[in-house]
Design a protein around this ligand. Structure first.
Ligand code: ATP
Length: 306
């Protein structure tokens, strides 16, 4: 049987700067994306129709129909190729669902890579990137991996050289947060505050910390403009972030639109101690350790003979 399995990482935003609301309903963003070693796996098997099955972490919250982003990716790729290909996708989830770690976008990127391989299309990354940006703002980065600055809606990407490996702890929350609701709450808070919202810019000290691999400097520079909105919608996250800081995290931040909280540790050993402390404090549904940056979608098992 012809099948391809692709492993794809989650992301955390090291900087998420949100500009004013645009007329088209989007915000201009500066988004420093960083891929971390929490992986979903997408297996594509040649079939006549299109279908998807999901198992693993919070699988019951992921649609198994045309709303699934991985199926949408496969459909878009087949359309791009101008042929009526079929595929059966099996997604093994480890990335928290609606957790601010772009799990759906990751699965879409993995499906593009898997189907490109399965159907023998041989499309270059450039073409896949074009399809990815139509699927969602976070999909192009999911296809790229590593660390990159995104501008526009997040889809115009510039990869960054990173001078080391960073060690992370992620505190998973019960239930997700809707990205659209978090942006809405961000707009509401800003309107209430009445402060003018400036044009977003990448923070030079953060980019410098990444270039030299300085975890302490990076920890001090982590920022997320969506954090006040996520905390307003999910007050309990303040306690989670505080617990991480109290146990020596170099930086503590809500990941993207939340509710997952990300903590930067000094070392792999510190990440393990910090994770154990957060588990003991009972401030999260689950606690994971990871490192970054890691590469984007990787074929871990391909069709026989290729
Ligand atoms: P982001 O960080 O990009 O805002 P997120 O990590 O907060 O996203 P996702 O895990 O991508 O959120 O899920 C958002 C919604 O998308 C979920 O409510 C889920 O039902 C839907 N969804 C569609 N396809 C998938 C998929 N393959 N995996 C996870 N969620 C999916």
């Amino acid at each position: 049987m012809n099948s391809v399995t692709v492993r794809v990482p989650a992301k955390v935003n090291l900087q998420l700067a949100v500009g004013p609301l645009r007329d088209d309903g989007y915000h201009d963003l500066v988004n420093v994306f960083h891929a971390v070693s929490i992986f979903d796996e997408v297996t594509a098997v040649a079939e006549t129709g299109m279908s998807v099955r999901v198992e693993g972490e919070s699988a019951d919250q992921v649609p198994e129909d045309g709303d699934n982003l991985a199926i949408q990716a496969a459909v878009a790729l087949a359309r791009h190729a101008g042929r009526s290909y079929g595929v059966s996708l099996a997604i093994r989830k480890a990335i928290p669902v609606a957790g601010g770690m772009a799990g759906g976008s990751a699965d879409a990127a993995a499906a593009l890579v898997a189907c490109n391989e399965l159907w023998g299309l041989g499309l270059p990354l450039e073409d896949l990137m074009e399809i990815a940006s139509d699927l969602g703002s976070d999909v192009p980065f999911a296809l790229l991996g590593g660390t990159a600055v995104g501008t526009g809606r997040g889809e115009r990407l510039a990869p960054l050289e990173v001078g080391g490996t960073f060690h992370w702890v992620f505190a998973l929350a019960d239930g997700g947060l809707s990205t659209a609701k978090v942006y809405g709450e961000c707009d509401r808070i800003r309107q209430e505050g009445g402060e003018p919202v400036g044009h977003p810019r990448a923070a030079e000290p953060l980019l410098a910390a990444l270039r030299v691999g300085d975890a302490r400097a990076l920890g001090a520079e982590l920022t997320n403009d969506l954090q006040p909105a996520a905390l307003s919608l999910r007050g309990s996250l303040a306690r989670t972030l505080q617990a991480g800081r109290a146990h020596g995290a170099l930086g503590a931040i809500v990941s993207g639109s939340g509710p997952t909280c990300a903590f930067l540790a000094e070392s792999e050993a510190h990440a393990e101690t910090l994770a154990a402390a957060l588990k003991t404090e009972n401030v999260a549904r689950d606690v994971l350790t990871a490192h970054g940056p890691v590469p984007g979608p990787t074929v871990v098992q391909g069709p026989p003979g290729r």
